[in-house]
Design a protein around this ligand. Structure first.
Ligand SMILES: Cc1cc2nc3c(=O)[nH]c(=O)nc-3n(C[C@H](O)[C@H](O)[C@H](O)COP(=O)(O)O)c2cc1C
Length: 307
C-alpha cells in the first residue's frame, strides 16, 4: 500500500473540513500524531478555470507528510483533467475524491453525495483519476443519497481501483443530524478488501475505543477543532495543559506565517473558527473579547485561556 499511514495503527485520521483543514492545521494535527490529514474539498471546475482561490486551497506545507488533497466534481473527465494538473503542480501523494458532500449547491450539479446515486459514474471518476495521475485514490462516502446504498457503491469503487474509503455514517439527507451509524460502516468494511476508515461523532477516547473495537480505522473532524492534541490522546499519550496552550499559540503563529501575504488582520479573522474551539472552555467574557479582537497580541494572550 503506497499510503502514508497504516490503517491498523492506533490513532486517527484528520478528516477534511472546509475552512478548517488548511495546511497549518493539518501540520499541527500531524505533529500530534494524526495518522493522515486530508485537505478540504476543492471543486475541479474551479481548478480548470484557473481560479486562484481554488489553487490556493491546495497549497501544501513542505513539512506535511500526508500530502493528500480532496477534489470534487460531477464529470469524471473534468475531475481527471483537474487531478492531472494537480498532480503536476501540487505533487500530492494521493488524491481523495469527495462523494459525501450533502450541500445542495454541490449535489444539484451531480457532485458530492449525489454521486452515490450513480455508482457507474462514480467508478469512472475513480478509474479516470487513477489513470490520469498514477496516484492512489481514496474516496469519501456517506451512507447514501436518495437511498442507503453505500455497500454497493463501496464494492463498485473497489473494483474501479479505489485504494481506501472513508465513510461518514450518515446519509446525505441527515446532514449532521442524528447519530452516525457505525454498524453500517462495519458492513462496508466487511464487504470490501481495501481499508475502510469510519467517521462521525468521535469526540472522546471512549468513543474512539468503541469504534476501534469494531475493527475499524477512525477519522475525526469536528472533535479536533481547537483540540489537535486529541490525536496524541488517542494514541495513549497524555498532553499537559501547558503543552495544549503552547500548541494553540504555535498553531496561530504557523497560521499567521502561512497567510502572511493576505495580511495579519485577514489571517487573524480566518483563525476565529479555531480560536472558538481553543477557547471552548474559557470564561465567556474572555472568549467573546478574543473572538472580536483584531490584535494578534491580545489573541495570543487569550490562548493562555485554553482549559
Ligand atoms: C465545517 C465542516 C466542513 C466539512 N468539509 C468537508 C470537506 O470539505 N470534505 C469532506 O469530505 N468532508 C467534509 N466534512 C465532513 C467531515 O469530514 C466528517 O465526515 C463529518 O464532519 C463527520 O465527522 P465528525 O463527527 O468527526 O465531525 C466537513 C464537516 C464539517 C463539520
Amino acid at each position: 500500500m503506497d499510503f502514508l499511514f497504516d490503517p491498523s495503527a492506533e490513532g486517527a485520521v484528520l478528516a477534511p473540513m472546509a475552512s478548517f483543514t488548511d495546511a497549518p492545521f493539518r501540520l499541527v494535527a500531524e505533529r500530534f500524531g494524526a495518522l493522515w490529514a486530508v485537505g478540504e474539498m476543492v471543486m475541479s471546475r474551479s481548478l480548470l478555470q484557473g481560479g486562484a482561490a481554488a489553487w490556493e486551497l491546495l497549497r501544501l506545507h513542505p513539512e506535511e507528510r500526508s500530502r493528500v488533497v480532496q477534489l470534487a466534481g460531477a464529470d469524471p473527465a473534468a475531475v481527471a483533467a483537474a487531478a492531472s494538473l494537480v498532480a503536476e503542480r501540487v505533487r500530492p501523494r494521493a488524491i481523495d475524491l469527495n462523494m459525501g458532500c450533502p450541500m445542495p449547491k454541490v449535489t444539484a450539479r451531480g457532485a458530492g453525495a449525489a454521486l452515490l446515486d450513480d455508482p457507474e459514474r462514480a467508478a469512472r471518476m475513480v478509474a479516470g483519476v487513477r489513470e490520469a495521475t498514477g496516484l492512489p485514490v481514496s474516496v469519501k462516502l456517506r451512507l447514501g443519497f436518495s437511498r442507503v446504498n453505500v455497500v454497493e457503491v463501496a464494492r463498485v469503487l473497489e473494483q474501479a481501483g479505489a485504494a481506501l474509503l472513508r465513510v461518514h455514517g450518515r446519509t446525505a439527507r441527515q446532514r449532521y443530524g442524528g447519530r452516525a451509524d457505525w454498524g453500517r460502516i462495519s458492513e462496508v468494511a466487511g464487504a470490501v478488501r481495501i481499508p475502510v476508515v469510519g467517521t462521525g461523532d468521535v469526540r472522546t477516547v471512549a468513543d474512539y475505543r468503541e469504534r476501534r473495537a469494531l475493527g475499524l480505522a477512525v477519522a475525526v473532524a469536528r472533535g479536533a477543532v481547537g483540540r489537535p492534541w486529541f490525536f496524541a490522546e488517542l494514541r495513549g499519550r497524555a498532553v499537559t495543559l501547558a503543552q495544549k496552550r503552547q500548541a494553540a499559540r504555535e498553531h496561530l503563529e504557523l497560521h499567521l506565517e502561512w497567510y502572511a501575504k493576505r495580511g495579519e488582520l485577514w489571517a487573524l479573522r480566518a483563525f476565529r473558527g479555531h480560536l472558538s474551539g481553543y477557547l471552548a472552555g474559557a470564561p465567556p467574557a474572555l472568549r467573546r473579547e478574543a473572538l472580536a479582537s483584531e490584535s494578534v497580541v491580545r489573541v495570543m494572550e487569550a490562548l493562555t485561556g485554553v482549559a
